[in-house]
Write a protein that binds this ligand. Structure first.
Ligand code: NAP
Length: 527
C-alpha cells in the first residue's frame, strides 16, 4: 500500500478519497462497525453538533454540498451519521475500509523505510505512509470509582453509547459530568426518566442553541454561492461563522448598557459565537470577567431555586473550557424530577449496589450515565502503539507532552502524518475545515515527494522545538490556559499539562503555506 489510514471518521473518509483521486493506493482501518467516527460512537440522547450544519460538512465536492439537504440549523447525531453514510456510498469508500479492525501497533522499519500496521486479529499491512485520522475526542475518559463494580444497575458512557439505546422510562438516573455531552443529554434524559440526579464537579458556561428547522430560502442563498460562504468562514480565527463579524470594541471599555445590549443580542442569536461580541473576550481578563458576570446573572434569572442557581454559575474564565451550546439546559433544573449534587468539595465517595454516595449520603439510582469526556487529542493516537526510527515509541517521545511540527509530523517518525493533531488549530476550529486543510496538504506532500524522488519526510528536531514554543507562546497570550480543561490534558490524572491546540486558523494556514513554499522548511526530506 502507498497509504494506511487509521480511522473512518470525517478525516479518514476524505483522506481515502483524496488518495484515490491522486492515484495512490490506500486502505482504512476502523475499530468501529461503520463510518462516522465520533458520530458513530456518541449516540447519547440529545447529541448534536455545535457548529451549524451548513458549515459542518465537506466542501471538496460541489455536487455533494449542493445535493445534501440539512434539516436543522444544528444537525442531530443521527442526521450527521446519515450524511457520513451517504458520503461513503456516494464515493464508494467502503470497499477500502476495514471495519471492526482495531490497530494495535504501527512500526517503522528503518532498513526498508516502510511501516507495518498490525491489527488485533494479527493481520499486518505494510505501507510507505501512515496517516492517523483517529480524531481528537475519541478515547473515552472513564474514571473508576470505589465500588463501581458492585453497582447492580447499568453504567454507560456518552462516548460509547449502546447502539440499542437506553430505556430511561420509570428509572432513576444519575449523570456524572456537565461538559458538552452531559449538558446535551441532561434535558432529554430528564424528560424521559422518573428522577434525574446530576453530579457536577465544575459548572460549565452554556449558551442557548436556539436550534430551528433551516429556512429553505436561507439555504438556497448559501448554496447559490457556497464557495464564498466557505471562504469567508476560513478567514475567521475558528474557521467558523464568517457571516457574524467579531465586535470591534473591548468589553472592558463599553458602558454597562452597551455591554448588556451586545450580550443580549449574542444570547438571542445563540451558539459558539457568543464571545465574539467583543474583540478581546479571550485575551483580556477584565473583559472576560464582565462577560462572565453577565452570564452568571442570566443563569440566576432562569433557575428558580437560588441554591441550584448558585451552583450552576461557573467561577472560571468564560471560554477557557470550550463553551457549550445547549437546548433548555438551565431550565431543566426547574423540573421537579431533577436534582443537582455538587461534587466539587466532596467528590463521589463510592458506588454501592444501589447508587452513589457523596458526603455520606446515598443517592439511589438505576442507571449511571458517565458524561466524563475524553483523553483528548493524544489519547487515541498513543493507543495506536506507534514506534518510529530506532524503535522509539511515540508514547516515550511524547512523555512530557506532544512534540511535533505544525501538528502534522514528528521527528523520528518518517512518513507518519496526523490529521488535526496536537499543535494544530483542530479542536479550536470547525474541525471539518481543519480536516480538509490537513488532508489536502498530506496528499500534495506525498505527490511532491514522489515527483522529486524523495522517499521520506519528517519534522526536523529544531523545527519541532520552535513549533512547540510557538504554540505555547500563542496560548499564553490568551486566557485559554487559565483553567483545568481538556485542552491542557488536565481532565486525565497523570497526563502532562501542555496546551495542545493552537489558537488561530488563518495564521496557521499561512505558516503551513510558507513552510511548504520554502522547500518544506522545517522538514527533512530524504532520497
Ligand atoms: P468534558 O467537557 O471533558 O466534560 C466532562 C465532565 O465530566 C466535566 O464536567 C468533568 O468535570 C466531569 N468529570 C470527569 N471526571 C469526573 C469525576 N471523576 N467526577 C466527577 N465529574 C467528573 O467532556 P464532554 O462533555 O464529553 O465534551 C468534550 C468535548 O467534546 C467538548 O468540549 C466538545 O469539544 C466535544 N463535544 C461536542 C459536542 C457538540 O458538538 N455539541 C457534544 C459533545 C462533546 P471537571 O470539569 O471538573 O473535570
Amino acid at each position: 500500500m502507498d497509504v494506511v489510514i487509521v480511522g473512518a471518521g470525517f478525516a479518514g473518509m476524505y483522506m481515502l478519497h483524496s488518495c484515490r483521486q491522486a492515484g495512490l493506493s490506500a486502505v482504512v482501518f476502523e475499530r468501529g462497525g461503520g463510518v462516522g467516527g465520533t458520530w458513530y460512537w456518541n449516540r447519547y440522547p440529545g447529541a448534536r453538533c455545535d457548529v451549524p450544519s451548513l458549515e459542518y460538512s465537506y466542501q471538496f465536492s460541489e455536487e455533494l454540498q449542493q445535493e445534501w439537504e440539512w434539516t436543522e440549523k444544528y444537525a442531530t447525531q443521527p442526521e450527521i451519521l446519515r450524511y457520513a453514510e451517504h458520503v461513503a456510498d456516494r464515493f464508494d469508500l467502503k470497499r477500502d475500509i476495514h471495519f471492526d479492525a482495531l490497530v494495535i501497533s504501527i512500526s517503522y522499519d528503518d532498513d526498508r523505510n516502510h511501516w507495518t500496521t498490525t491489527l488485533a486479529d494479527g493481520t499486518t499491512t505494510t505501507s510507505r505512509f501512515v496517516v492517523s485520522a483517529v480524531g481528537c475526542l475519541s478515547s473515552a475518559n472513564r474514571p473508576r470509582f470505589p465500588g463501581d463494580d458492585t453497582f447492580t444497575g447499568k453504567i454507560v458512557h456518552t462516548g460509547e453509547w449502546p447502539h440499542e439505546g437506553v430505556d430511561f422510562a420509570g428509572r432513576r438516573v444519575a449523570v456524572i459530568g456537565t461538559g458538552s455531552s452531559g449538558i446535551q443529554a441532561i434535558p432529554i434524559i430528564a424528560e424521559q426518566c422518573k428522577h434525574l440526579t446530576v453530579f457536577q464537579r465544575t459548572a460549565s458556561y452554556t449558551i442557548p442553541a436556539h436550534n430551528a428547522p433551516l429556512d429553505p430560502q436561507y439555504v438556497r442563498g448559501i448554496k447559490a454561492d457556497y464557495a464564498t460562504f466557505r471562504a469567508k468562514n476560513a478567514l475567521t480565527r475558528a474557521a467558523l461563522g464568517g457571516d457574524t463579524p467579531t465586535g470591534t470594541r473591548s468589553a472592558s471599555e463599553v458602558s454597562d448598557e452597551e455591554l448588556d445590549r451586545i450580550l443580549n443580542e449574542r444570547w438571542a442569536k445563540g451558539g459558539l459565537l457568543f464571545l465574539g461580541g467583543f474583540n478581546d473576550s479571550m485575551v483580556n481578563k477584565v473583559s472576560n470577567d464582565r462577560i462572565a458576570t453577565w452570564v452568571r446573572k442570566k443563569i440566576s434569572s432562569i433557575v428558580r431555586n437560588p441554591n441550584t442557581a448558585r451552583l450552576l454559575q461557573p467561577e472560571t474564565v468564560i471560554g477557557c473550557k470550550r463553551l457549550v451550546v445547549d437546548s433548555g439546559y438551565y431550565d431543566t433544573f426547574n423540573r421537579p424530577n431533577v436534582d443537582l449534587v455538587d461534587v466539587s468539595e466532596h467528590p463521589i465517595e463510592r458506588f454501592t449496589p444501589d447508587g452513589i454516595v457523596v458526603n455520606g449520603k446515598e443517592h439511589e439510582v438505576d442507571v449511571v450515565v458517565l458524561a466524563t469526556g475524553f483523553d483528548a487529542m493524544t489519547g487515541s493516537l498513543l493507543k495506536l502503539g506507534v514506534t518510529g526510527r530506532n524503535g522509539t515509541s511515540l508514547r516515550d517521545a511524547w512523555g512530557a507532552g506532544p512534540v511535533n511540527y505544525l501538528g502534522l509530523t514528528v521527528n523520528g517518525f518518517p512518513n507518519f502524518f496526523m490529521i488535526t493533531g496536537p499543535g494544530s488549530p483542530s479542536v479550536l476550529t470547525n474541525v471539518l475545515v481543519s480536516i480538509q486543510h490537513h488532508v489536502e496538504w498530506i496528499t500534495s506532500t506525498i505527490l511532491h515527494l514522489d515527483a522529486h524522488g524523495h522517499s521520506a519526510i519528517e519534522a526536523t528536531e529544531t523545527a519541532q522545538e520552535s513549533w512547540v514554543q510557538h504554540v505555547n507562546g500563542v496560548a499564553s497570550m490568551t486566557l485559554f490556559p487559565m483553567c483545568n480543561s481538556w485542552y491542557l490534558g488536565a481532565n486525565v490524572p497523570g497526563k502532562p499539562r501542555v496546551f495542545m491546540p493552537l489558537p488561530g486558523f488563518p495564521d496557521y494556514v499561512s505558516r503551513v503555506a510558507k513552510a511548504t513554499a520554502e522547500h518544506y522548511e522545517g522538514f527533512a526530506l530524504t532520497n
